[in-house]
Design a protein around this ligand. Sequence first.
Ligand SMILES: [Zn+2]
Length: 427
Amino acid sequence: MAQGGRRGIRKKAAVSGTGLHTGARTEVAFLPAPPGQGILFRRVDLAGKPEVPALLSEVEAVERRTAIGRGEKTIHTVEHLLAAVAAHEIDDLTVEVSGPEPPILDGSFQPYFEALERAGPTETDGEPLVLTVPAPFTVSEGDSTYVVAPDKDLRLTVTIEWPHPLIGRQTGSYTVTPQGFARDLAPARTFGFTSEVAGLQAKGLIKGASSANAIVLDERGLANGGQLRWPDEFVRHKAADILGDLALTGGRVRAHIIATRPSHGGNIALARAMARAARRTGPPKMDIGRIMDVLPHRYPFLLVDRIIEVEGQQRIVGIKNVTINEPFFQGHFPGHPIMPGVLIIEAMAQVGGMLLMGAVADPEKKVVYFTSLNNVKWRRPVKPGDQLRFELELLQVRGMMCKMQGVAKVDGEVVAEAEMGAMVRDR
Ligand SMILES: [Zn+2]
């Protein structure tokens, strides 16, 4: 696929209908968004019109659909809409929804794909975030398994198995382009079995289901005299569902994904693994200006240059380029410059501080105090010219206290690691 700038839409387009699981009648409006915003849902039916970014950190539920947002502002079944967005390679879009669930429409991706076509997909400013994988890896979650291999395009090779005369074992392989998606995947509808209806209804799901918005199967074949659009419509639908769930990485995925018995839970585990393993090109998540808005540190004690990855409040990756001009090299040591080990840990703590500050509403009024350091190890000296990469993960939160695990790497090799405790206080 050609990779130009970011893409958005030119004008508003809307669809309306009934939600599959909630049964709620909802209108969805696609609106142009500023370049760099990403995909953002807005619940216009609620006071304050709360917004939910289409990101992995917002995933709330994965049973029979993918839901994002928390509590009252949850938005159910976003995967069909997001698959259409991803198929058009749209990076920036505001999606206003007037209820808790985008409509299921005919059960396929096509009405969303066509609505976005009417909205006029167009190139905008800035660089898209593109996720590629440097080496193959596997993901498994429950019955679902995925092999992810490097590829210049997004290719989906999907196998499903159901003990049903119309399904059995189906495999399909699709290279995702806007044209290919429209032709091979968009019309494929979701499906369900009459035997599951009572159980799902008891869980409060599929309140809006009917044979007009899903392929309904009984023990022998199609219930209600329906017709299939392809004999393998089932596997096509599951392939496009994967595309929708991968959109929650916030970027365009370029990889060959070989999926066996995919599920929403599996797809989300895949998307998380992708977000971790992927090599990203595109703009930094936070530049030095934004870092200085959040951290109180200043020269010569600000030791973070860039934040390049943020995964909600779970994980953060930051960069510090170490140059010969660092003030500490003057005396540490003359003629033999190495970065003081405690400053590597300080820099790591500052990146950790960015992670914690991301969780508070008013970072300019807060400050992070570090309260403990454990299992600190220095493995290699850091010298002028090195690029330090700090990867921090949140291990535990209790009230205002939290624990993080951090590693510092240079050229992929660990130079230092530590477990740190911290608390957020008023400034
Ligand atoms: Zn689906």
